[in-house]
Design a protein around this ligand. Structure first.
Ligand code: TMP
Length: 214
Protein backbone atom coordinates (compact mmCIF):
# COMPACT_ATOMS: atom_id res chain seq x y z
CA UNK A 1 0.00 0.00 0.00
CA UNK A 2 1.24 3.47 -0.97
CA UNK A 3 2.40 5.65 1.95
CA UNK A 4 4.78 8.13 0.34
CA UNK A 5 4.05 11.01 -2.02
CA UNK A 6 4.55 10.79 -5.75
CA UNK A 7 5.43 14.08 -7.49
CA UNK A 8 6.09 14.40 -11.23
CA UNK A 9 7.49 17.23 -13.35
CA UNK A 10 6.49 17.72 -16.98
CA UNK A 11 6.79 20.24 -19.79
CA UNK A 12 8.08 20.84 -23.30
CA UNK A 13 11.84 20.70 -23.84
CA UNK A 14 13.46 23.92 -22.63
CA UNK A 15 10.67 24.65 -20.12
CA UNK A 16 13.07 24.60 -17.16
CA UNK A 17 11.61 21.37 -15.77
CA UNK A 18 14.92 19.72 -14.92
CA UNK A 19 16.25 22.88 -13.24
CA UNK A 20 13.14 22.92 -11.06
CA UNK A 21 13.53 19.25 -10.22
CA UNK A 22 17.05 20.01 -8.95
CA UNK A 23 15.79 22.98 -6.95
CA UNK A 24 13.00 20.86 -5.45
CA UNK A 25 15.35 18.09 -4.28
CA UNK A 26 17.70 20.70 -2.84
CA UNK A 27 14.80 21.87 -0.65
CA UNK A 28 13.90 18.30 0.31
CA UNK A 29 17.51 17.76 1.41
CA UNK A 30 17.47 20.95 3.50
CA UNK A 31 14.18 19.83 5.09
CA UNK A 32 15.63 16.31 5.71
CA UNK A 33 12.72 14.69 3.87
CA UNK A 34 13.67 11.22 2.49
CA UNK A 35 13.20 11.04 -1.28
CA UNK A 36 14.18 9.21 -4.44
CA UNK A 37 14.59 10.88 -7.82
CA UNK A 38 14.06 9.16 -11.19
CA UNK A 39 13.85 10.24 -14.79
CA UNK A 40 11.94 8.97 -17.78
CA UNK A 41 12.67 7.40 -20.07
CA UNK A 42 15.26 5.60 -17.96
CA UNK A 43 15.70 5.43 -14.21
CA UNK A 44 16.67 1.73 -14.20
CA UNK A 45 19.55 -0.11 -15.86
CA UNK A 46 17.19 -1.54 -18.49
CA UNK A 47 15.30 1.73 -18.87
CA UNK A 48 18.53 3.67 -19.50
CA UNK A 49 19.30 1.29 -22.39
CA UNK A 50 15.81 1.92 -23.78
CA UNK A 51 16.41 5.68 -23.36
CA UNK A 52 19.46 5.48 -25.62
CA UNK A 53 17.38 3.91 -28.40
CA UNK A 54 14.60 6.46 -27.99
CA UNK A 55 16.76 9.57 -28.04
CA UNK A 56 19.34 8.45 -30.63
CA UNK A 57 18.80 10.74 -33.62
CA UNK A 58 20.16 8.14 -36.02
CA UNK A 59 17.06 6.02 -35.26
CA UNK A 60 15.01 7.76 -37.93
CA UNK A 61 13.10 4.55 -38.75
CA UNK A 62 11.50 4.19 -35.30
CA UNK A 63 7.76 3.87 -35.94
CA UNK A 64 5.26 5.76 -33.73
CA UNK A 65 3.86 2.61 -32.06
CA UNK A 66 7.37 1.21 -31.51
CA UNK A 67 8.26 4.52 -29.87
CA UNK A 68 5.13 4.39 -27.71
CA UNK A 69 5.80 0.82 -26.59
CA UNK A 70 9.44 1.58 -25.75
CA UNK A 71 8.48 4.54 -23.55
CA UNK A 72 5.88 2.31 -21.88
CA UNK A 73 8.37 -0.55 -21.44
CA UNK A 74 10.84 1.76 -19.70
CA UNK A 75 8.01 3.06 -17.48
CA UNK A 76 6.74 -0.38 -16.44
CA UNK A 77 10.25 -1.43 -15.43
CA UNK A 78 10.79 1.76 -13.41
CA UNK A 79 7.36 1.72 -11.78
CA UNK A 80 7.53 -1.89 -10.60
CA UNK A 81 11.23 -2.05 -9.80
CA UNK A 82 11.70 1.31 -8.09
CA UNK A 83 8.75 3.69 -7.75
CA UNK A 84 6.16 1.46 -6.08
CA UNK A 85 8.63 -0.01 -3.52
CA UNK A 86 9.91 3.50 -2.67
CA UNK A 87 6.37 4.79 -2.16
CA UNK A 88 5.51 1.77 -0.03
CA UNK A 89 8.49 2.55 2.20
CA UNK A 90 7.07 6.06 2.74
CA UNK A 91 9.52 8.07 0.62
CA UNK A 92 8.76 11.09 -1.49
CA UNK A 93 9.32 9.97 -5.09
CA UNK A 94 10.08 12.54 -7.77
CA UNK A 95 10.01 11.68 -11.42
CA UNK A 96 11.35 13.94 -14.20
CA UNK A 97 8.54 13.07 -16.68
CA UNK A 98 6.00 10.24 -16.36
CA UNK A 99 2.94 9.11 -18.32
CA UNK A 100 1.68 12.65 -19.08
CA UNK A 101 4.63 12.94 -21.47
CA UNK A 102 3.32 9.93 -23.37
CA UNK A 103 -0.14 11.52 -23.57
CA UNK A 104 1.35 14.81 -24.81
CA UNK A 105 4.12 13.54 -27.15
CA UNK A 106 2.79 10.24 -28.50
CA UNK A 107 -0.91 11.10 -28.10
CA UNK A 108 -1.37 14.78 -28.95
CA UNK A 109 1.77 15.27 -31.06
CA UNK A 110 2.12 11.90 -32.83
CA UNK A 111 -1.67 11.59 -33.02
CA UNK A 112 -1.91 8.03 -31.65
CA UNK A 113 -5.40 7.24 -30.36
CA UNK A 114 -5.77 8.84 -26.91
CA UNK A 115 -8.00 6.15 -25.41
CA UNK A 116 -5.42 3.50 -26.39
CA UNK A 117 -2.68 5.60 -24.77
CA UNK A 118 -4.76 5.98 -21.63
CA UNK A 119 -5.12 2.19 -21.34
CA UNK A 120 -1.45 1.60 -22.05
CA UNK A 121 -0.44 4.26 -19.49
CA UNK A 122 -2.54 2.47 -16.92
CA UNK A 123 -0.90 -0.89 -17.70
CA UNK A 124 2.62 0.59 -17.71
CA UNK A 125 2.09 2.20 -14.28
CA UNK A 126 0.05 -0.53 -12.58
CA UNK A 127 -2.58 2.26 -12.41
CA UNK A 128 -0.33 4.43 -10.26
CA UNK A 129 -1.30 8.12 -10.47
CA UNK A 130 0.97 10.94 -9.23
CA UNK A 131 -0.25 12.88 -6.20
CA UNK A 132 0.85 16.10 -7.85
CA UNK A 133 2.17 16.94 -11.31
CA UNK A 134 3.85 20.24 -12.12
CA UNK A 135 3.65 21.19 -15.78
CA UNK A 136 6.18 23.89 -16.66
CA UNK A 137 4.79 25.97 -19.50
CA UNK A 138 6.62 28.35 -21.83
CA UNK A 139 5.75 29.74 -25.26
CA UNK A 140 7.23 28.20 -28.39
CA UNK A 141 9.10 31.43 -29.03
CA UNK A 142 10.72 31.23 -25.61
CA UNK A 143 11.59 27.60 -26.26
CA UNK A 144 13.40 28.56 -29.48
CA UNK A 145 15.39 31.23 -27.63
CA UNK A 146 16.33 28.86 -24.80
CA UNK A 147 17.24 25.84 -26.90
CA UNK A 148 19.29 27.87 -29.40
CA UNK A 149 22.00 25.83 -31.13
CA UNK A 150 21.99 22.98 -28.60
CA UNK A 151 22.68 19.49 -29.99
CA UNK A 152 19.08 18.24 -30.25
CA UNK A 153 17.91 14.67 -29.56
CA UNK A 154 15.41 12.77 -31.76
CA UNK A 155 12.27 14.27 -30.20
CA UNK A 156 13.72 17.77 -29.79
CA UNK A 157 14.45 17.77 -33.53
CA UNK A 158 10.75 17.54 -34.40
CA UNK A 159 9.33 20.68 -36.04
CA UNK A 160 7.57 23.59 -34.35
CA UNK A 161 4.07 22.21 -35.14
CA UNK A 162 4.94 19.00 -33.27
CA UNK A 163 6.18 21.02 -30.27
CA UNK A 164 3.01 23.15 -30.35
CA UNK A 165 0.87 20.00 -30.20
CA UNK A 166 2.95 18.72 -27.25
CA UNK A 167 2.29 21.99 -25.44
CA UNK A 168 -1.44 21.81 -26.24
CA UNK A 169 -1.44 18.24 -24.93
CA UNK A 170 -0.02 19.31 -21.58
CA UNK A 171 -2.56 22.14 -21.32
CA UNK A 172 -5.37 19.68 -22.10
CA UNK A 173 -4.17 17.39 -19.28
CA UNK A 174 -4.35 20.30 -16.81
CA UNK A 175 -7.91 21.09 -17.96
CA UNK A 176 -8.94 17.44 -17.57
CA UNK A 177 -7.33 16.85 -14.17
CA UNK A 178 -6.96 20.22 -12.41
CA UNK A 179 -6.85 18.57 -8.97
CA UNK A 180 -3.64 16.72 -9.89
CA UNK A 181 -1.90 18.62 -12.70
CA UNK A 182 -0.84 22.20 -12.04
CA UNK A 183 0.36 24.53 -14.73
CA UNK A 184 3.37 26.63 -13.74
CA UNK A 185 4.33 29.73 -15.72
CA UNK A 186 7.87 28.82 -16.80
CA UNK A 187 8.65 32.39 -17.87
CA UNK A 188 8.84 33.55 -14.23
CA UNK A 189 12.19 33.64 -12.44
CA UNK A 190 13.59 30.33 -11.29
CA UNK A 191 13.30 31.43 -7.63
CA UNK A 192 9.62 32.41 -8.00
CA UNK A 193 8.80 29.09 -9.68
CA UNK A 194 10.58 27.07 -7.07
CA UNK A 195 8.75 28.92 -4.24
CA UNK A 196 5.42 28.26 -5.96
CA UNK A 197 6.17 24.55 -6.39
CA UNK A 198 7.37 24.19 -2.82
CA UNK A 199 4.20 25.91 -1.58
CA UNK A 200 2.00 23.32 -3.31
CA UNK A 201 4.15 20.49 -2.00
CA UNK A 202 3.90 21.67 1.60
CA UNK A 203 0.12 21.91 1.26
CA UNK A 204 -0.29 18.42 -0.14
CA UNK A 205 2.02 17.06 2.53
CA UNK A 206 -0.21 18.58 5.21
CA UNK A 207 -3.26 17.22 3.37
CA UNK A 208 -4.57 20.71 2.67
CA UNK A 209 -4.15 20.94 -1.08
CA UNK A 210 -7.17 18.95 -2.32
CA UNK A 211 -9.47 20.35 0.38
CA UNK A 212 -8.72 23.82 -0.93
CA UNK A 213 -9.43 22.92 -4.55
CA UNK A 214 -12.66 21.03 -3.71
P1 TMP B 1 14.07 14.62 -21.35
O1 TMP B 1 14.81 15.41 -22.41
O2 TMP B 1 13.16 15.45 -20.53
O3 TMP B 1 14.95 13.71 -20.57
O4 TMP B 1 13.04 13.66 -22.15
C1 TMP B 1 13.40 12.89 -23.18
C2 TMP B 1 12.57 13.11 -24.42
O5 TMP B 1 11.60 12.05 -24.54
C3 TMP B 1 11.80 14.41 -24.48
O6 TMP B 1 11.96 14.99 -25.77
C4 TMP B 1 10.36 14.01 -24.30
C5 TMP B 1 10.31 12.59 -24.80
N1 TMP B 1 9.30 11.73 -24.18
C6 TMP B 1 8.26 11.22 -24.96
O7 TMP B 1 8.15 11.53 -26.14
N2 TMP B 1 7.36 10.38 -24.35
C7 TMP B 1 7.47 9.99 -23.05
O8 TMP B 1 6.63 9.22 -22.55
C8 TMP B 1 8.57 10.52 -22.26
C9 TMP B 1 8.72 10.10 -20.83
C10 TMP B 1 9.46 11.37 -22.87
Amino acid sequence: MKKGLFITFEGIDGSGKTTQVKEFIRRLEIASIPFLLFREPGGTEIGEKVRKILLDKSNTGLLPITELLLYSASRYQLTCQSIIPALESGKVVICDRFYDSTTAYQGYARCIDLSFIERLNSVATESLVPDLTFILDISLLEREERIGNKDLDRLEQEDIKFQERVREGFIAIVKKEPERAIIIDGSKSSAEISDEIWGYFIKIRKGEYNDEIL
